[in-house]
Design a binder for this molecule. Sequence first.
Ligand code: SAH
Length: 236
Amino acid sequence: MKKICYIVAMQAEAQPFIEKYGIKEKEGFFSPLPCKLYKGSINGCTLYVVLNGQQHGSDLVGCEAAAIATLSAIQKLSPDIIINSGTCGAFQAHGADIAEVYIGNGAMFHDRRVPGDDAWGTQSIGNYAVWEGSLRMAESLYMKTGKVTTGSSLDMQPCDLDMIQTHGGQLKDMEGAAVGFVCSLFDIPIVYVKSVTDLCDSGAETFEEFSRNLSKACEALRAANEKVIEYLTNIQ
Ligand code: SAH
């Protein structure tokens, strides 16, 4: 893998590994889009980190910004692989814990309720495949694997939970499937690296739990991403 491209929603999620690798921002690269590019090189490979950017003074989380960032990154950078890295919710019932890092084994949308025949249902849920080496990589890095489920809200409504359970989802985020959707159009392999900030079945208020654990989860994300980058840059 010669060109590795991260898509990350929040600056706080990317900052620990931007600092670790000392990669530099290429200002205005995606102008007029708000996405931000950081570029560096490591083990003879090019490392790109693309952030969704900001609007109204806060990081652009969510599917629309993630899709735009991914589309622009693919068209302008031609990466060999995309890595969507960030934080997520997970479930105590599945043995998840705060700041545990998972490698995604698939991605779907959990808040799209589209009536119609199977074709509509299949398309709206998505069910995007991950890079074929994802499970092997997770095994050799001693990381857990789980299905990423994506929606447009931080909270979880009963109908979201129902969808997540019906489809065997384990991780809940706001970008993963949108990034997977764009990658599927270009046939670009995708890897998910997700660190748990909150437990959806803990009974705690999600935003409070998310905020309390954000920096710990982002540190764990940096450590995991170092291993992932090391692993991927060693693949021819
Ligand atoms: N207002 C918050 C915004 C964070 S939104 C802030 O001040 O920081 C949550 C971000 O973390 C999204 O990018 C999403 O992908 C991820 N995330 C973490 N836990 C989540 C959960 N339980 N459900 C959905 N997304 C979650």
